[in-house]
Write a protein that binds this ligand. Structure first.
Ligand SMILES: CC(=O)Oc1ccc2c(C)cc(=O)oc2c1
Length: 287
């Protein structure tokens, strides 16, 4: 811990016997102040609990999942901490940062930007895989050896790439309506060209389909991917493309559970409907 590290409590609410707390801290990797949310189940009063990281989607902050998904009841029952970072650096005031919902503020895409002016602050991959986990492990009763990851849409993409880029790190990974092949959809092409430049070989490091292709060369065991997808999702065909992940997983013999749910859209109503099953899935790997 650095001598100056400070966590400022923003809010605290008791939920299902545990505590949902929000904290502000100075992020070194993003070079700005950030807020994250953590739900500690009642079991955390007795000793360290395993963790589920939740990565949210475009336009979200640390708050959406905690307020809308209804995950705390099951997390309290299972004894799993939930941790939700914000989705981009905040307050850094870069030109054009607030011009659109799918780039800049609220749209960090969980990559480390290499292109100016984004490279100094837009390092969400380092933030969610290194800086914030280290901080959480220093300050809260969590078991650093037991972590899993999940997310929605842009955050589903984030969860998949974090797991695929770090074999053996997360006990399990799941995703709701992930942007499965960002190199080949308008959201991803805009974000990757803006943050990473025009060299598509660099983009491949941040694309779940490309990482599944590369996973066979790492020597590590292939980790199962659990994906939930609503069939009435308004972004399904143009942006999400789960069939591409399905095809590449079949081609590479990479384990994938892809569940298509009739009638469900892209909203948090979809996540609220299946979050308990995802928590139960992660609990099988964490407990
Ligand atoms: C709270 C909420 O509705 O979140 C939300 C809405 C829309 C989207 C879209 C379109 C993409 C995404 O990545 O996340 C996302 C989250």
């Amino acid at each position: 811990m650095t001598a100056t590290e400070q966590l400022e409590l923003v809010s605290a609410n008791k939920v299902h016997g545990g505590w949902l707390k929000r904290y502000r801290h100075r992020s070194g990797s993003l070079d700005c102040d950030m807020v994250f949310a953590i739900y500690l189940p009642p079991q955390a009063e007795q000793g360290p609990v395993p963790m589920l990281w939740w990565l949210s989607g475009l336009t979200c902050t640390d708050e959406n999942f905690m307020q809308k998904a209804g995950a705390q009841r099951k997390a309290a029952e299972l004894g799993i901490a939930l941790i939700c970072p914000d989705t981009s650096p905040r307050g850094v005031d870069l030109p054009g940062e607030d011009d659109s919902y799918d780039f800049g503020s609220g749209a960090g895409f969980y990559v480390n930007a290499t292109r100016e002016p984004w490279a100094r602050h837009y390092r969400m991959y380092d933030y969610v895989t290194e800086e914030l986990p280290a901080l959480v492990k220093r300050h809260f009763p969590v078991d650093g050896e037991r972590e899993s990851i999940s997310g929605h849409s842009m955050g589903g993409h984030g969860a998949l790439i974090c797991a695929l880029k770090n074999p053996g790190r997360y006990r399990s990974v799941s995703a709701f309506a992930p942007i499965a092949n960002p190199m080949a959809c308008p959201w991803g092409e805009k974000a990757f060209s803006g943050y990473l430049g025009d060299d598509r070989t660099q983009w491949a490091q941040w694309d779940a389909c490309e990482l599944v292709k590369q996973a066979g060369n790492s020597g590590a065991a292939r980790q199962e991917l659990f994906v939930e997808q609503g069939e009435n999702d308004q972004f399904l065909e143009e942006q999400l493309k789960p069939e591409r992940l399905e095809a590449v997983c079949a081609e590479q013999d990479h384990p994938l559970i892809l569940r298509r749910q009739p009638g469900y859209d892209h909203s948090y109503f979809f996540m609220a409907s299946f979050i308990d099953e995802h928590l139960t899935y992660h609990a099988k790997h964490l407990l």
